[in-house]
Structure formats: C-alpha cells, structure tokens
Design a protein around this ligand. Structure first.
Ligand SMILES: [Fe+2]
Length: 652
C-alpha cells in the first residue's frame, strides 16, 4: 500500500526511443499491480512517474513491461527501471534491462541482485531463469563455419543475428562509412599511381598518404633497421611468436663454413640471451592465386640475441625449413649484401603478418571471444553474477565476427583478394593453429613463462599484460554452481570442440580454478585483443614492413637479390592499397569505444559488487599512470595495453 515513484531510462543510441505505448506492472512477493503509465519513451531520457497502489506488494521482485503497437512495431531500447517506495521509503529497487523491447510479449525484468540458481522449482526467480534460458537457447544457436575450427553463432549475415547482439546504429553507420571512405581512398591512390612505376622501395611513398598514425611515420623511416625489426617481436603488432631458446632449433642446419655463427649461437644460448621466432606453422600451407597470379608463402626461422641494454637483434634468418629433397636452405645474415638481408627480413615480416592476423588475432581473440559470448547467452541467465560480469565484455563481438566471415575471410573476401594465405590456405592455417590453442596459451602468466619472457625489462607487452591479468584476477568474485558448470562445458566441449585435451577445464573444481578461467575470458576479450588489434594501424600502414602477400618465391641464393627481386616480391599497388585501407579500418580507435571497466550499464545492484567495479577502475587508473610514466622514459612508447586504450570487448 502506498505511493511508488518509478523511473524509466531509455538508451541514448539513435532510434532508442519509441512512439509505441509501453505498459508496466510491479510484481512483489505479495502481489502485483498493473500501472497505466502510457509511456512513450524518448531517447536518452529518464522519465519519472508517481502512482498509488492500493495493496501491499511486499518486496519487489520483477517489473513487467509490455509495448503495444498498432501498425508499426517501433523497437524501444530500455536501459533500466528504478522503483522507489512505497511511501517515503527512499531505497530504490533497480531493474536492469539494456535490451531492445520489441513485439507485444510481456518482458519480465528481475530485480538486479545477482543470484545463483536455487533448487526450489517453485521459486519465482528459478522459473524466470529457466524460461529465459529456454528462449535464449532458441535465439543463440551454434553453427560450424569450418570443420576443425571453433563453433560460431548460427548467422549467415549480420541481419540474422538477435537484435541485442547487433551494432547500435552509430557503430553501424561509422563502420559502413569507414569502409566506403577506405574504398574511395583506394580508388584515388590507384588513379594517382596509374602511370607511375613500381620499381623502387620509394615508390611505396606514392600510396603512403591518407589516414596514418605517428608511429606509422616512424616505421616508414626506420623499417630497415635491425633494431626495429627485433623490437617488433617484443612490442609490435604481434608479440606472441617470440620465445627464449632452450636449445638450438633442430631445423637450423649450419653448413660448413659457419662455425663462427654456430659458436656465437651457442654462447648466446648458454647465457640465456638467445631467442627465436619460428614460423613453421606456415610450412606447406597452400598459397593464394590472385587475379591469376600465383602468390608465395614461406615458413621462416629467425634467431635473435638480447643485448644487455634490452635491444633484440636478429642474428640469422632461415627463410624455409630444410627438406629432404632439397639442398640445405641458405642462412641469411646481417653481414650479407644489404638487399638480400632486407628481403630475408621482409619474408619474416610477411610470415608474421599471416600468423598475427589468423592465429593470434582472428582465432585466439575473435573466435574465442565468440565462443565465450554464445556460451554465455545460452547457459547463463541475466540474474547470474557471471552473466552480469561478462556481458559488457561481449558487446558487438557476434556482429563483428559475422561480418568478418562474410566479408573478410569469405570466398572472394579481402583475404582472397590481397593476402598470400587467402584462397583457402587461411582455413588450413587456422586449423593448425586450433590444434595449438591450449588453455595456457591464453593465460599470460603461463604463456609468458613458457616462452621465457618474464622479467625482461624491454618486454613491455609482457610486463603490461601480466599487470592487467593481476588486476582482472583480483576483482573477480564468484563461486561455482550448476549453471556455471554447464557454461564451462559448453565453452570447452561444444564451442572449442573438445578442448579438454588442450588443458581447458570441462568443470570447475575450485574457486581459484573458476577465477582463473574468468580472468582468461575477460583478458582475452579486452586486453589481449587490444594488444593484438591496435598495432595494425602503426606497423602495417607502411606495407614493406609487413607485406600481406609475396609475389615471388623466397630467394635461394643471396647474390641474385636485386631491387627488382624485392619489388617483384612485395605486394603490387592494388594489394598494398587494400592492406593500408583495411588495417586502418580495423586498427583505428572506434568512435564509440568503451574503455576497459568503464561500461555505463549497471547490471549489478549490490553495494559490494559496485565496490568491486570501482576498485577495478581505481587499479586501472593506477596502471595507466604507471605506464604513462614508463612510456616517458622509453624511446618507443608501448601504448596498446594502456587501460584507457583497451576496449571493453572485441568490437572490431
Ligand atoms: Fe580485431
């Protein structure tokens, strides 16, 4: 009995408001009341109403909503509903929504306190969560995009996705505008270079204009330096391949006459300063054919030495692994004729581009995040604390991945048009990478230890990744329950196709095991994608530093490498323009980006959960200051894991 004050908040996105009439019920433990609000929600507004309810509803459990329409079903994006009362009671009860309200069905919003499943089937919240999951399992179905790869959401195109997984209008407009702007830039560059020659490295300057970053300029000037080549393995676009050598790789066959090199490698090995980047995963992957022209791939090995001051310098490059039918492959050295050494490094950069984009970017962040997203939607009801924790970290992921499958890695997509692994090789490579996708490879404390990259002052990615891992792990608070076990099984057995044998858990045995898994989920969807995605803009704009394709086979001798070999190997104008455009499109800061931990949606209502989020934000601010101070001391700032630059989910 008494007066209730009801606040209804509508999203600030374009088209969030609705011209349709919305009706509302308050449901308490002792009864429910239908309120004739006749609300027409306006974008970005919070509307308040007061209503007298003649009976005692008891503690509020749900708000029910229904949107009426006659001709046009004008979807409404409801943020949340708050109810104060009855009477002078100031305590607000909070009902998070953050969803589109469409159709004429009644939508029940439970009160925002996180709750685990109960065992009482008569419990109203239990009934609600079962109904919700049944509906979500109908909307979010698994599909197999390619055998041997993680399962994906069942959607051919973005229009097939459930409305709540779509881009908001602002994001969609920006994404599509950027694609058009990129296409226009490519056309202009093609026209501009129509009569130009393409025979010297400087000819790449003709297309090196338009959208580019300051670091890309620096790469443009210094890309030939061994120092910058080595630096990229630690802190570039792909810091994931490098490892400290535990022995000399068996594929490194040292021919006679290279005893001095052998002794040097042995010395570095003994002192723990020998590192390697091995691209064997590319060995035997079929290369693309672009517009009738065969493209080429290699599977290089680079050995590097770590200098006492922290610089990582290449010592030797073997472009192809030895094969029983061929003579031992040549070893390229810094002392070789400059063009031969440069071409060997270019081959490494091309191979790094392939593994970066397919294994470490697409598979290990985008597709893993998608598995987490689909399993979360199918297995965890909105009341579950882990749903509340993860939902901000899976925003837009299903749509960006669906678009990638229909435009980027599809038949005739960007990969087929410009990348040497396109035309099917990319799917082969993804399958091989999937076989290496272990649980520990997704968890920096394990992965960096296995790669011998702990405690290296110049390994900035490694340092920042560990700090972020600690912060994320500290701020998880949950305990196990049957819904979580089902969710874990869905990720490991269904989404990742029986990944138990690669270390992924099929159930949680302890609190700490669950916390580790959740940390992996949040880290992968946020920091790791940030580190892997953002470098594209800086390191891939100057195409010779990371060519998307190679148009001639790798050199087999050093003496024959001429400028014509280098230019004939590097991408042509069309391919290079496409690389610049697409890496700008995917690497630039997203206009509606939400920084890590700064989502506006309030899914949790308890003061304790709010305090955890606020502590998380404080920890991130402290790390931000630490990284800013560190970056002021180093020659090349490492910015990709600065918390304010990390997106809260995989959105691009
Ligand atoms: Fe991405």
């Amino acid at each position: 009995m008494g007066r209730y004050r009801i606040g209804v908040a509508t999203g600030a996105w374009l088209f969030s408001g609705s011209h349709n009439r919305v009706q509302l019920w308050l449901v308490g433990a002792r009864g429910e009341a239908r309120l004739e609000l006749r609300l027409r929600p306006a974008r970005g507004q919070e509307e308040e109403f007061e209503r007298d309810v003649p009976k005692d509803l008891g503690p509020l459990q749900f708000v029910k909503l229904r949107k009426h329409h006659s001709l046009v079903d004008d979807a409404w994006f409801c943020d949340c509903i708050t109810v104060r009362g009855p009477g002078a009671c100031e305590e607000a009860t909070f009902f998070p929504c953050y969803r589109w309200v469409q159709g004429q069905d009644v939508l029940s919003l439970p009160e925002g306190t996180a709750r685990l499943a109960g065992d009482n089937a008569l419990d109203v919240f239990q009934k609600h969560r079962e109904k919700e999951l049944k509906e979500r399992r109908r909307l979010y179905c698994w599909a197999t995009w390619k055998e041997g790869l993680p399962r994906t959401i069942a959607a051919e195109r973005q229009d097939d996705l459930p409305p709540n997984s779509r881009f908001h209008e602002e994001k969609r407009l920006d994404f599509e505008w950027a694609l058009k702007a990129g296409a226009l830039e490519t056309v202009l560059k093609r026209v501009y270079t129509l009569l130009s020659s393409w025979s010297r490295l400087e000819d790449f300057d003709q297309i090196f204009w338009g959208q580019k970053s300051d670091l890309a300029e620096r790469v443009h000037h210094c890309w030939r330096d061994d120092e910058l080549f080595g630096y990229q393995f630690l802190n570039g676009a792909n810091p994931m391949v490098l490892r400290r050598s535990a022995s000399l790789p068996s594929r490194l066959v040292l021919p006679s006459g290279t005893e001095a090199l052998g002794a040097q490698l042995e010395r570095e090995l003994q002192s723990g300063s020998l590192f390697e980047a091995d691209f064997s995963l590319l060995d035997g992957i079929p290369a693309n054919v672009i517009r009738g022209e065969k493209q080429y791939l290699a599977a290089p090995l680079v050995m590097l030495q770590m200098r006492p001051e922290g610089k990582l310098l290449p010592v030797v490059i073997q472009i192809q692994p030895p094969s029983p039918s061929c003579p031992a492959p040549p070893l390229f050295l810094p002392s070789d004729p400059p063009l031969a050494w440069l071409l060997a490094k270019i081959w490494v950069r091309n191979s790094d581009f392939q593994l970066h984009q397919l294994q470490y970017h697409l598979l290990n962040t985008h597709l893993v995040a998608e598995v987490i997203a689909v399993a979360t939607m199918r297995c965890l009801p909105g009341l579950h604390p882990v749903f509340k924790l993860l939902i901000p970290h899976i925003r837009y992921t299903l749509e960006i991945n669906t678009r990638a499958r229909s435009q980027l890695i599809s038949e005739g997509g960007i990969f087929d048009k410009a990348v040497s692994t396109g035309g099917g090789g990319h799917v082969h490579l993804l399958r091989r990478a999937m076989a290496q996708l272990t649980y520990s490879s997704l968890c920096p404390p394990d992965d960096l230890a296995a790669r011998g990259l702990l405690g290296i002052p110049s390994a900035l990615y490694a340092h920042d990744a560990l700090r972020l891992w600690e912060i994320i792990a500290r701020d998880d608070v949950v305990r196990g329950d049957p819904e979580l076990q089902a969710w874990c099984r869905e990720i490991t057995e269904v989404g990742l196709c029986q990944a138990q044998d690669r270390g992924f858990p099929a159930s949680f045995q302890s609190q700490s095991q669950l916390c580790h898994f959740l940390t992996m989920c949040v880290f992968t969807c946020t920091a790791q994608h940030g580190a892997i995605n953002q470098g594209q803009l800086d390191w891939y704009a100057w195409v010779p530093n990371a060519p998307c394709t190679m148009r001639m086979p790798p050199p087999t001798t050093k003496e024959d490498v001429k400028m014509a070999t280098v230019m004939g190997s590097l991408p042509d104008i069309r391919q290079a323009c496409l690389q610049m455009t697409i890496t700008w499109h995917l690497g630039r800061r997203q206009p509606d980006m939400v920084p890590l931990g700064h989502h506006k949606e309030k899914y949790f209502s308890s003061p304790k959960a709010k305090a955890v989020l606020s502590q998380f934000q404080t920890d991130l601010e402290n790390l931000e200051r630490e990284i800013t101070a560190r970056n002021a001391q180093v020659d090349l700032p490492y910015d990709y894991l600065r918390p304010s630059r990390i997106e809260n989910s995989v959105t691009i």
